[in-house]
Design a protein around this ligand. Sequence first.
Ligand code: ADP
Ligand code: MG
Length: 727
Amino acid sequence: MSASVRQQALITANSRSVRVIGRPLGPDGRTLTVTETYGKNTFGLATMADKLPKPTFKRVKAVIEDGARLERADADAIAHAVKEWALEHGCTHFTHWFQPMTGSTAEKHDAFLSTDMDNEGIERFSGDALLQSEPDASSFPSGGMRATFEARGYTAWDPGSPIFIMENPNGNTLCIPSAFVSYTGEALDKKTPLLRSMQAVDAASRTLLEALGQEPTRTVATLGCEQEYFLIDRAYWAARPDLAINGRTVIGAAPPKGQSLDDHYFGAITPRVQAFMQEVEQELYKLGVPAKTRHNEVAPSQFELAPIFAAANVGSDHNQIIMETLRRVALRHDYKVALAEKPFAGLNGSGKHANWSLSTNGENLLEPGANPSENLRFLAVLSSVLIGVFRYNGLLRASVASYGNDFRLGANEAPPAIMSVFLGDLLSSICDAIASDADLPTNPEQAMIELGVSSIPFVAKDSTDRNRTSPVAFTGNKFEFRAVGSQQNPAWPVTVLNTIVAEGMNQLTTWIAEAGGGKDAVFAAIKKAIQESNAIRFEGDGYADAWVTEAEGRGLTNHKKTPDALDELKDDRIVSLFGKHNVLTPAEVTSRYNVHVEQYISAIEIESDCYKMLVDEMILPAALEARTATAGAFMAAKELEELGVSIDTSADEARLMALAGGIASVQSARVALDEALSHIHDGTGHKGKETILPIFDALRAGIDGLEGLVDDELWPLPKYREMLFLV
Ligand code: ADP
Ligand code: MG
């Protein structure tokens, strides 16, 4: 890589044309509407109704909608229908599509092709193959579980999430969303605990509904993830080894304009970017992913896509499909998509806002109702969330812990690492009044009327002003968990959210029973919950320094870095919480802890390699060349001075000294890095955090200083100012 590569990248990136994709056309040449192509590549309910025998269809529908168990006998019928449909759609292979603990998705393709005794080819797909498959599990992280359990693992179909087709110009693949477990049933993935946590919150919700005197119907956790991302021209990406290896830059001086003008947020979308977004949406529609919103985000070249929410397991799969589609389609437009949490220092990072709620019988449990008795339920569910987040705020922070997300949380652009709940003025004042008992009638219905709770539906929506600094914000009829990292699989944070809310609900149910049941007991339980969880509610500025001090006084956790947060998973209280709700066994919690620690340490190692390469092969050579040239200029000026020419050499000298100083600081940090790296495998990540991160900071400060000193023509890497302002 040399300065000429950078020049070439600049020219290439600035001479792109807009890719024209057009809208999908029908056989008659007519432009199809979105609904005509929507879900075309999914084996959804409509397709099933069409392809399956009626009784089978009815049972499968019950599996999907009510969480019933799939009869083994139905699997063959479904497999047959799926195969026919897949072959009609040009599929040659099928795969169980699963989510190992790496955080990304995994697939191993098998052909439908089978042969008989005469070696005649025949397409075959059995119920067994649909239900279960056995990828070689040994290369996926198990966090040490393999020491105690068999190395083998198998993937099992999650019938709640629709089967879909991944298109490829050279043949399509049938993807079967699956869970991934060991032979002894231990979870090796992110999906299994999510499904278990959905069961936990369903069970807890049913008992709470019963305690509220309501029909204990099935409760489904719902999820809609807003996805933020950056788009960078491929030419720049290729010329930046840090982006190519890490997906984020580790060096780069802030651009002169940055995001200070705030002119990108919701700004006009350029034609090239819009073409990309439209193609992404068309692909998503075919896959039954309801992409709804697109807009520019705060930082230059940063954007967001939000789908309509779905059941949490489906919403989580949708998010994986969205990330994959963004990556895949970006290349067609000569972009690379940066999904890392903090691809560019000094600019906003990217998150994933996990919008979460609970739904029963089609009713949103967090939707304030039209009368006091509906709102008693609303308040009971709301206070269950408060209790859960209050008691397990450290765990919630741990659920979003990753090397990349640490750069974002608490960096005055994303929620702090302190978890708190924002409710908005109205709900807050209601909670305050309930907690303080301010002259309320003892009859809950009367109390609620006096509190104004009967009118929340009309006020709450408008009064949920956007406190963007809150990690867990109530936004009218759902909670928005904003601390999730942009490249993170949302399944794990949602697993934690479901589990802690299940715990909160159980607590309320217990209190209601202890108080003898009935409305008064419910109201008393709500009051108790609000009182206990008072410290978790915070309406103020989460970015302010004062909040850090205040939160500490309130006893809330503030795990600034991943290793501190992950320590939560070693706490007996946390281990027993997961065990109690059948979400994770103690061994599974430990394995997750180990995997996350390993990932943290690996991220540090990869970034170290990246720094070494940049420093040794690119930065120092350029800086030394600049130093030599500057020294030459300085010496020439000195000679002139000695010859009696009146010339001021102080500026030349200062520039030379600055360059020399920058080089020296980079060189010494580079030496320290090698030294420190040998000690970072400590099994907790703390060592890496303590010893390596300060070296990274020193390296970056030195290099970014040099970027401003070395002649622009010599600088080998595309600069922020070049990469971030897309044409
Ligand atoms: P807002 O603009 O107020 O944030 P939107 O309606 O645009 O609200 O929702 C943002 C995201 O929240 C979308 O992905 C949306 O589908 C999702 N969402 C809305 N309602 C729910 C719900 N009940 N459960 C989960 N997600 C939801
Ligand atoms: Mg939002």
